[in-house]
Design a protein around this ligand. Structure first.
Ligand code: SF4
Length: 235
């Protein structure tokens, strides 16, 4: 590992520790704790994580995934992004198929899953009731996304999952003073939006059960997104 890689890894670890300790959104913190205490019956033997969920993946990644938020009984239970729920099953199967993950499954935080050249972050790091963060909560969590972008400085492509992930991505670009002429209405599955310096945003439907069960998002559609993201990252 060269010294730049080691620095990024250290900086990301330090940021992750601050994310885990964050208490900025009382409504979300209370909700995550309540879910962790009550548990779903099928997970009653689990010791739920119940805290903000840190970034997960390669600190030197060229591809970033901007998701919505941890799922109440998924990442809020396991402590790792997209781990332990149906959305994650879809996502990690796809990442494995296109060579961005070492295994197709994500069951628990110590299951050996490693991401290559990709890092997963979120619009908010705490599970929100009904998967709906408020504008204030999105604003509270924005600085973490901005810092993530600054630390993972090799990034070439941001894959925004769902409209909220896309809007949060645009806000972050504004905060980072990255000039662009992209509008919120540009969101569509497969839309590619170019940024200065050969960087890109790629939009995708979120692999929520609402989208995957109804066929709005198919496995082929998801594979195309990440195949294309890899090609854009390669220039
Ligand atoms: S959503 Fe983000 S800002 Fe709000 S408490 Fe969780 S980690 Fe902190």
């Amino acid at each position: 590992m060269n010294s730049d890689s080691a620095r990024s890894r250290e900086a990301l670890e330090e940021l992750n520790q601050r994310i885990i300790a964050c208490e900025k959104c009382p409504r979300l913190r209370q909700y995550c704790r309540e879910v962790a205490a009550q548990k779903r019956r099928m997970y009653r033997d689990w010791d739920y994580w119940g805290k903000p969920v840190p970034n997960f993946g390669d600190p030197n990644a060229r591809i970033l995934i901007i998701g919505l938020a941890p799922a109440a009984h998924g990442a809020n239970r396991t402590g790792r992004m997209f781990t332990g729920d149906e959305s994650g099953n879809w996502l990690f199967q796809t990442l494995y198929e296109v060579g961005l993950a070492n295994q197709p499954t994500a069951v628990r935080a110590d299951d050996g899953l490693e991401l290559k050249d990709i890092l997963i972050t979120a619009s908010v790091h705490c599970a929100p009731p009904a998967n709906k963060p408020t504008p204030g909560e999105l604003a509270n969590c924005l600085p973490f996304l901005l810092e993530t972008l600054q630390i993972v400085e090799n990034w070439r492509v941001m894959v925004a999952l769902g409209r909220i992930g896309f809007i949060q991505t645009l806000r972050t670009l504004k905060e980072a003073q990255i000039p662009h002429a992209i509008r919120q209405s540009s969101f569509a599955h497969g839309a590619e939006l170019q940024l200065p310096g050969g960087r890109w945003i790629v939009c995708s439907y979120h692999p929520s059960q609402q989208n995957t069960f109804t066929g709005k998002l198919t496995r082929e559609m998801m594979r195309s997104i990440f195949t294309r993201a890899k090609a854009l990252a390669d220039g």
